[in-house]
Design a protein around this ligand. Structure first.
Ligand code: GLV
Length: 318
């Protein structure tokens, strides 16, 4: 049977060139994601799907006859019904590792930008209001020597923690499992329960997968358990934070500020966050360096081709 794949939306040219000539490619070259109906209809007759987090891969999509592999260009895969895929014998793959360091860099970018009010400073510098040096202009918070709290101590969480060493910070972490004593020693990280982490950290950064267990992990109660001077960073998934509660927390100063790359209902942003100056926002770009986006799409293509060739995927979702 001839091999054919659907690429739901754009792909780097470097990755496209890896696809051999005998594989038929249906590429959605448009800016916009396919609607669920278009996705289902264009997937008919295809054995592989290379998709993105904006595509909902539910049981109906997975029921496509002959579909063997769904290759997500992302490390997170909450857009895919993995249990249904397993039931139907469809392999699901993601793109871990290649984006770890870039995503950790960006969590730090948000942390620093928020602590030192870089976005407000940029607006001020451009606005014409800057008429002389002022000793009390745009005071922010020190980062060095403070306490970093990492919730979710997988690859990305650990990469974020590793960077704290250069800032001479204390590192606390929380996860469902403790890492090995060797890793704790290497990263100088102390395991604590979540309430302790929220209570003691100056910066709380989230690196858990989105699941029923982590949805609204940071809710009103969690936010009220943080320091008034604390800064929250979310470069994981929007629904991990109750955005309405966060907007209140930022407005009423239960916490000092937040740096957000992800939102509950992307691309919508909670309207109460928009007017606040103590939040730095980005449009879900944590892994968006040129090198990493090429590496992610290359890995997604390799995963898809491996399964179509009857081989094991490089990075299957277990
Ligand atoms: C992006 O959000 C990813 O999960 O890789």
């Amino acid at each position: 049977m001839p091999k054919s794949i659907l690429i739901s939306r754009g792909l780097s040219p470097e990755a496209l060139t890896l696809i051999p000539k005998d594989v038929t490619v249906d590429l959605n070259g448009h800016e916009l994601a396919l609607s669920p109906q278009e996705l289902r209809s264009r997937l008919r007759g295809k054995a592989g799907l290379i998709c993105q987090i904006t595509d909902t891969i539910d049981d109906e999509v997975l029921a496509t006859p002959g579909l063997k592999v769904v290759s997500n260009i992302a490390v997170g895969y909450n857009n895919i019904d993995v249990a249904a895929a397993k039931r139907r014998g469809v392999t699901v793959t993601n793109t871990p590792d290649v984006l770890t360091e870039t995503t950790a860099d960006f969590a730090w970018t948000l942390l620093m930008a928020t602590a030192r009010r870089v976005v407000e400073a940029d607006r001020y510098a451009r606005s014409g209001q800057w008429t002389s040096w002022k000793w009390d202009l745009l005071w922010g918070a020190d980062v060095h020597g403070k306490t970093l709290g990492v919730i979710g101590f997988g690859r990305i969480g650990r990469a974020v923690a590793r960077r704290a060493h250069g800032f001479n910070m204390r590192v606390l972490y929380h996860d469902t499992h403790r890492v090995s004593p060797d890793v704790e020693r290497e990263l100088n990280a102390t395991y604590v329960d979540q309430a302790t982490l929220l209570r003691d950290a100056d910066f709380v950064t989230l690196h858990v997968l989105l699941s029923a267990d982590t949805q609204h992990l940071i809710d009103e109660r969690a936010l009220r358990g943080m320091k008034k001077t604390a800064i929250l960073v979310n470069a994981a998934r929007g629904p991990i934070v109750d955005e309405a509660a966060l907007a209140r927390a930022l407005r009423e100063k239960w916490i000092a500020a937040a740096g957000l790359d992800v939102f509950e209902e992307e691309p919508k942003i909670h309207p109460e966050l928009l007017p606040l100056t103590n939040v730095v926002m980005a449009p879900h770009i944590a892994s968006a360096s040129l090198e990493t986006r090429v590496a992610m799409s290359t890995l997604a293509v390799q995963n898809c081709l491996a399964v179509l060739d009857g081989k094991a995927a490089l990075t299957p979702v277990s």
